[in-house]
Design a binder for this molecule. Structure first.
Ligand SMILES: [Zn+2]
Ligand SMILES: [Zn+2]
Length: 324
């Protein structure tokens, strides 16, 4: 088993790893997009579009290695999407590496800001119909979340009965016969405390929302506020904003045992909300997209087995792991 965790959430394949302070990298290979680069694990080198949430080392350390490996294995130059205020520093980093290595690694550093859509690339070519939309979050300077959005053209209802030639005729006359439909597929919040991004409709309507939840200990509330991270007590507000999408929790610390985290969530959330929740780092759970739909009780959903929900206190005692 590789180090990265494979999941299928609401029919979307996700491959990633996320521990606070250590490494965060989450790819959706079918869409050729990766959120943060972590330490640039081998499995994500072939992904053409990397969206960096912010400059902290656990999310961004692998930028130079990713771009260099793309050259080394003969892929088209990679592309880093990052807040405009950080793009120049990343370019300088690549310049310094060129000096150290004695040759440059080609790659595109694409600076973006809040709500500035970027069309994804396939190799060096634009990939029609798929964009990422960056949005401001509440963490370090230049911190962004991203939503992957599918854009399609659809015939307007009033032209549904027309024949092909009639539609061509209308188009020639300059009539707009299509409207654009946006389907938000995946949102990645990066690191953030609660913030106004939860009011954005494309975030609220995403099929899958990868949300950081760094702290689970009641005593860590002040640390969450100081570091601008989400504490488990903030989660009900997240669920309220995101009406129906599947929520995948990321960026736990090594101090938090998954069983403990699950039992805390089981007390905090409704059965319906539990059923649409999983932990990225949970290797044992069925992912939400793989659940049998008929007859499945909501409490048996996502990362939570019925047994775990019945008797969290009887579970194996939490294992204390070394801190990051
Ligand atoms: Zn982090
Ligand atoms: Zn951070």
């Amino acid at each position: 088993m590789g180090r990265l965790i494979k999941k299928n959430v609401a029919g979307i394949r996700i491959l990633g790893f996320s521990l606070a302070g250590e490494e965060t990298v989450i790819a959706a290979p079918e869409f050729n997009v990766c959120f943060d680069v972590g330490r640039a694990p081998r499995e994500i080198i072939s992904v053409d579009n990397i969206c960096i949430s912010h400059g902290h080392m656990d999310h961004a350390a692998g930028i130079a290695y990713y771009l260099s490996q793309r050259n080394f294995v003969g892929n088209a130059p990679g592309r880093i999407i990052i807040h405009r205020s950080l793009a120049q520093a990343v370019q300088r980093l690549m310049d310094v590496w060129a000096e150290i290595e004695g040759h440059p690694s080609s790659g595109e550093i694409c600076g973006v800001e809040h709500l500035e859509d970027v069309q994804l690339l396939r190799g060096a070519k634009p990939r029609r119909g798929l964009i990422v939309r960056p949005f401001n979050v509440n963490h370090a300077a230049g911190a962004l979340g991203y939503t992957l959005i599918e854009k399609r053209h659809k015939l307007k209802a009033e032209f549904a009965g027309k024949s092909g030639p009639q539609l061509v005729e209308l188009k020639k006359k300059g009539v707009t016969i299509e409207k654009q439909i946006e389907t938000p597929l995946i949102t990645f919040t990066g690191d953030t405390a609660l913030g106004r991004f939860l009011d954005l409709d494309f975030v609220q309507n995403s099929k899958v929302v990868l949300v950081e939840c760094t702290f689970f200990d009641p005593e860590h509330r002040t640390r969450a506020v100081a570091g601008r991270h989400i504490h488990v007590d903030d989660l009900p507000k997240v669920f309220e904003a995101i009406g129906e999408g599947h929520i995948v929790l990321t960026h736990l610390t090594r101090r938090t045992d998954l069983r403990t985290a699950k039992s805390i969530l089981a007390k905090l959330l409704s059965p319906n909300d539990l059923a649409r929740t999983s932990f990225l780092m949970d290797r044992t759970s069925l992912s939400a997209g793989e659940l049998p739909s008929a007859g499945a009780s909501p409490s048996a959903g996502a990362g939570f087995s019925a047994e775990e929900l019945r008797s969290p206190q009887e579970s194996r005692p939490p294992q204390e792991l070394p801190s990051a």
